[in-house]
Design a protein around this ligand. Structure first.
Ligand SMILES: C[S@@+](CC[C@H](N)C(=O)[O-])C[C@H]1O[C@@H](n2cnc3c(N)ncnc32)[C@H](O)[C@@H]1O
Ligand code: SF4
Length: 233
């Protein structure tokens, strides 16, 4: 597993540095919920995420949504204690890891807690990151109903041998199918691509770009492959 960077320990009482609450009323407030679980760790990735194998016996994902909801309530109490004025959330982002490894109802519960604790601005953007093979059409029924507005898919490539080097579990066909399900339910969509994978030709990259454009998603993010320290790749 990649080495995690060292940081300062979080204060027990969640106290925020003065600079973080200064002029809070003039700034928008957003919420990021990290979901640190993946089916497989891709060989290039150093995000803070764990497979069930890495977590070991006795650890389950089942309580995560309740624990994260408790953290949302805690964040609200910390802001209140710091005298930051209550503000509705401008955006909410469920990132990973693979948020869609959790049942969609659990993502909806966490969003419900965010709404209850902070409120959502009328035009709030609510995004869920998804792996293309970790969703069904019903996933998006639940997410759309809960108030999610946008899904960001980890496409990476449309070329099988490139996906293999990246150790992705999905096939090229999974991506347009999943994007289509999300669009049919009125959700905004975005796809992530990676270029510069060992063995990827310019023609392969063109194939991936054309496949991404073909889906007519609202946004495409193209990342150069970064070989992160401590990763398998
Ligand atoms: C944290 S991942 C979450 C998305 C989702 N788990 C997935 O992979 O489908 C967000 C995006 O970061 C990008 N990414 C992660 N590690 C990277 C690396 N080492 N180099 C380039 N892009 C990377 C990938 O494009 C990935 O879709
Ligand atoms: S699925 Fe996404 S978050 Fe998980 S290891 Fe792969 S790139 Fe990283």
């Amino acid at each position: 597993m990649p080495a995690q960077p060292e940081g300062d320990p979080a204060p027990e009482d969640g106290a925020l540095p003065a600079g973080a609450v200064a002029r809070a009323s003039e700034r928008t407030l957003s919420l990021y919920v990290h979901v640190p679980f993946c089916a497989v760790r891709c060989g290039y990735c150093d995000f803070n995420t764990y497979t069930m194998e890495q977590l070991g016996d006795g650890v389950s994902r089942d309580d995560y949504h309740r624990d994260a909801a408790a953290e949302v309530r805690f964040a609200r109490s910390v802001l209140d204690a710091a005298g930051a004025p209550p503000r509705a959330l401008h955006s909410v982002f469920f990132g990973g890891g693979t948020p869609t490894l959790l049942p969609a109802r659990e993502l909806a519960n966490m969003l419900g807690q965010a709404r209850q604790s902070f409120g959502l601005a009328p035009d709030a953007e609510v995004t869920v990151e998804a792996n293309p093979d970790s969703v069904t059409a019903e996933t998006f029924d639940v997410l759309a109903e809960a108030g999610v507005t946008r899904v960001s898919f980890g496409m990476q490539s449309a070329v099988p041998h490139v996906l293999r080097v990246l150790e992705r579990t999905h096939t090229p066909a999974n991506v347009p199918r999943a994007v289509g399900w999300a669009k049919e339910r009125g959700l905004g969509t975005s796809v992530d691509l990676i270029y510069g994978t060992p063995g990827e030709s310019v023609a392969d990259w063109r194939t991936s770009l054309e496949a991404a454009l073909e889906m007519d998603s609202d946004h495409v993010s193209a990342y150069s492959l970064i070989i992160e320290d401590g990763t398998k790749l």
